[in-house]
Design a binder for this molecule. Sequence first.
Ligand code: MF3
Ligand code: CO
Length: 257
Amino acid sequence: MYSRFYKPKPRLKTQKEIELLRKANAIVMEILLYLKEEVKPGRNTYEFEEMAIKLCEKKGVKPAFKGYRGYPYALCVSVNEEIVHGMPRKDKVLKEGDIVSFDFGVIYEGYFGDAALTVGVGKISEEAEKLLKVTEEALYKGIEKAHFGNKIGDISYAIQAYVEKYGFNVIRDFVGHGIGRDLHEPPEVPNYGKPGRGPKIEIGMTIAIEPMVSAGTYEIEILEDGWTAVTKDRSLAAHFEHTIAITPKGPKILSRI
Ligand code: MF3
Ligand code: CO
């Protein structure tokens, strides 16, 4: 996290900019929902990379992650104990009972879209079902707190409290973020914290809220490939992300169709 003394200011967006961000994020969610429907046992994770790229070409947008800080692919596909930044692989084949997280972003007219979801492959365990449900609901608990007058810590706390109530743990090493003409802008939006702390939430802020939740420890490891983050105890992890705008009427989910 930032030091206590260095606090870059979030860049507030005009309505026109928010409309462009809405378009970018709607395209991201459209692609994610397409990928979700294509999940079945026997598919390798690289197939989803190809689908995502094809859909970007069709829609005339640029994938946002490819080349970002040297990440080599358009899509992140993280299976089971993989939390985020899993790389698409032809030799990684989905099987019944797996859970798979897709994290995807695009650039539309200079503005970034970013969202993520986790889905089961065929029939999954009760524990996995619960993990997916709690992580997605935690995202909405966070979004509910994202209104003028609150602080970023109110979002963080709502997510953490909800997740821990169900016996799961939030990952600390990755955080949500401001988003706009850059994929990552201030402020950071941690998935743990205290109410009333952190930057003020202001009208015109656009942020990506993205709880990553482990069924076991929140400690992580990065695999040899330098990217894939896994839970240290290899327990299952889920990830849901929406990009939202803070409006006078409250939070507006931009990555929703
Ligand atoms: N949703 C992720 C994030 O907000 C995507 C970044 S993956 C990277 O950090 F490959 F682009 F780094
Ligand atoms: Co993000």
